[in-house]
Design a binder for this molecule. Structure first.
Ligand code: ADP
Ligand code: MG
Ligand code: MG
Length: 201
């Protein structure tokens, strides 16, 4: 498995398309246990990301760095700085390297570390961490498989439904946050699913 500049740009553009398609759904999920803006935040920010990628880039790291900067400034809410940190950490982790399965695992490890540090969050708190963490576990197991990546992220996203939120706005809902998917877990699932689709082809 190798991800080059072209695949990275395709991945992020497809992710933007997905977010724009699912904007209302993501905001609806966030209405149940938050303030109803996750779809709007993500779709607005990643439209800017997609627009910023019609350019020449030397390597994957540079594409991800550009993405991080745009996400930090254009995606609002809690998710903006969290996804921004994730992309920045991924960019740093692949600097000067070809992105193969091993490097990709290191990138996800760095991103997860960044999200947890920035969000002061851990596994099991019903956030995007609950998708990134199982994905990292899967990537560490060895042999890369795009379908497995997608399935792991999907199952992890689904598992947030029964969790009780203890971080972010959803934590205000306490036990009432149960029975709803975490919006950031769903947008994180889309991110890995879109990557799997680009690589799988
Ligand atoms: P806001 O809550 O500020 O309106 P969004 O609605 O865009 O921001 O994003 C909410 C998502 O961000 C949640 O569904 C959750 O996945 C994620 N999130 C919020 N706070 C944290 C945190 N402290 N750590 C990790 N993820 C978090
Ligand atoms: Mg919100
Ligand atoms: Mg908000």
């Amino acid at each position: 498995m190798l991800i080059g500049v072209e695949e990275t740009i395709q991945w992020l553009k497809n992710y933007n398309d997905k977010l724009s398609e699912q904007k209302d759904y993501l905001s609806q999920l966030d209405r149940a246990i938050g303030d109803g803006d996750h779809g709007i935040n993500m779709a607005r920010g990643f439209q800017q990301v997609a627009d910023s990628l019609d350019d020449d880039f030397d390597d994957v790291s540079t594409v991800l760095k550009k993405t991080a900067t745009t996400v930090m400034s254009k995606v609002g809410g809690a998710s903006g700085p969290l996804y921004g940190t994730a992309f920045l950490k991924m960019s740093m982790a692949c600097k000067g390297k070809e992105v193969d399965a091993g490097v990709f695992a290191e990138m996800v490890e760095a991103a997860l570390g960044g999200i947890k540090q920035r969000g002061k969050s851990e596994e099991g708190e019903k956030t995007m961490v609950d998708v990134w963490s199982p994905v990292l576990d899967m990537l560490r197991e060895g042999e890369f498989d795009a379908e497995r990546l997608k399935k792991t992220a999907e199952d992890a996203m689904q598992n947030t439904e029964d969790m009780t939120a203890t971080k972010g706005r959803a934590s205000y809902f306490k036990e009432r946050s149960q029975g709803n998917l975490d919006p950031g877990a769903v947008s994180s699932y889309y991110l890995f699913a879109e990557l799997a689709d680009v690589i799988g082809k």
